[in-house]
Ligand binder design. Structure first.
Ligand SMILES: C[C@@](CO)(OP(=O)(O)O)[C@H](O)COP(=O)(O)OP(=O)(O)OC[C@H]1O[C@@H](n2ccc(N)nc2=O)[C@H](O)[C@@H]1O
Ligand SMILES: Nc1ncnc2c1ncn2[C@@H]1O[C@H](COP(=O)(O)OP(=O)(O)O)[C@@H](O)[C@H]1O
Length: 346
């Protein structure tokens, strides 16, 4: 494994073929060889992470995916994707996990730019810079966030005005969680998670996220789910009590309903997460669960102060890499007006 870079270590590369070797094109700093000095047309999109407040998983389908009742809540940890004109597709990434983000054609942001360009019959001539704050392979949909961010940023940069329905179609082709990253807020995902119905949420909820060293592979966690459940997985259904708790903004009721069918699989692959969950519960969290496929652990608190206190206890116990507080629901992918307002001035 490569050494951990500093939080500001930039990585950069070019190439559109999946797995194509990288060609270094600059340090990723403004004004270097990889970025045009003139930033007048840059578009930056901010996209939230997610936690699954309910993840009910059915048996595997013929296509290898699992039928879900996936209740997503977007939370206020964000990646930012900036798109600038370039001669060909280029990628850069900064942030504490930047060394774990692929910078070739498999990167979800690159795939999103390529898919949008193909839909309009144009070349994906763009430089994408990802400011990564969402844990990589952490069960918080960071790659999906970057895909939704790149889609929206390229659409604005290229002046395409692609109808929302078409953007959502492209999102679903890119990954099961990508449509939700575009939409944000709270939503029920059916099918493999891509068919969304927006949910009403009555209040802001306070969360703590304990990140772990290293990630968990989503397909590996689903495989472990299959191994543990055998043929016993039943048809997934959303919990009416949980949807009502979200609607009412009732943290106590929501805490009683949180459920993740992938949690036993994540714990089976990473048994040490049980101690992280236990520590948060012991520190007064209203509820604790693994976020999606993990290994990030999520804790619901009753107040902002409660969340800070749980985060402090997790840090002190040394049972996580970082413990961060965030609230949800958070808005979905959106172009940052402050950056474009100045950038778009002729
Ligand atoms: C588990 C969840 C919960 O929201 O996310 P994470 O916690 O990893 O972020 C999602 O289901 C992950 O969605 P996403 O990461 O977009 O998955 P995809 O790219 O569509 O699929 C990656 C792989 O995950 C498995 N997969 C995904 C979705 C699904 N409904 N059934 C599956 O079995 C398949 O093995 C698939 O090949
Ligand atoms: N832009 C991206 N950011 C993070 N990971 C990416 C990206 N593009 C592709 N990936 C790949 O997707 C995998 C899952 O990443 P991520 O979406 O962060 O996790 P999760 O599915 O657990 O939410 C990573 O291990 C990485 O190989």
């Amino acid at each position: 494994m490569s050494p951990d870079p500093s939080p500001s270590t930039p990585r950069t590369g070019t190439g559109s073929a999946a797995g194509a070797p990288l060609r270094t094109s600059g340090s990723g700093e403004p004004g270097d060889g990889g970025r045009p000095g003139d930033d007048s047309t840059a578009v930056t999109v901010q996209v939230p992470a997610k936690v699954n407040v309910q993840l009910a998983v059915g048996p595997p389908r013929a296509d290898g995916f699992h039928e879900l009742a996936n209740v997503f809540l977007a939370v206020g940890l964000y990646d930012r994707v900036t798109a600038r004109p370039a001669e060909r597709l280029e990628l850069g990434c900064t942030g504490p996990d930047a060394d774990r983000v692929p910078l070739d054609g498999t990167n979800l942001a690159a795939r999103a730019a390529t898919a949008l360009a193909a839909r309009h019959g144009i070349e994906p001539a763009v430089r994408l810079d990802i400011e990564k704050d969402i844990p990589v392979a952490g069960g918080m949909a960071g790659g999906s966030a970057d895909a939704a961010g790149a889609l929206l940023a390229c659409d604005a940069l290229w002046g395409l005005e692609t109808p929302r329905e078409q953007l959502l179609e492209i999102c679903a082709e890119l990954g099961s969680d990508v449509p939700f990253s575009l939409v944000g807020g709270a939503a029920l995902g059916r099918g493999r998670g891509e068919r969304l119905s927006v949910l009403e949420v009555g209040a802001e909820f306070h969360w703590v996220f304990a990140t772990a060293d290293g990630g968990l592979s989503t397909p590996a966690v689903y495989r472990e789910f299959d191994r543990l459940t055998g043929s016993a997985a039943s048809e997934p259904q959303p919990s009416e009590a949980l949807l009502a708790a979200l609607r009412r903004g009732d943290a106590e009721q929501l805490a009683a309903c949180l459920a993740n069918d992938l949690e036993p699989a994540a714990l089976s692959l990473r048994p040490e997460l049980a101690r992280t969950l236990e520590t948060g519960r012991g520190a007064g969290a209203a509820a604790a669960l693994v976020s999606g496929s993990g290994p990030t652990c999520a804790f619901l608190a009753k107040s902002a102060e409660g969340a800070e206190s749980v985060a402090g206890a997790l840090r002190e116990a040394g049972v996580c890499r970082t413990a961060r507080t965030a609230t949800g629901p958070a808005p979905g992918a959106r172009v940052l007006p402050d950056r474009t307002a100045t950038n778009r001035t002729p």
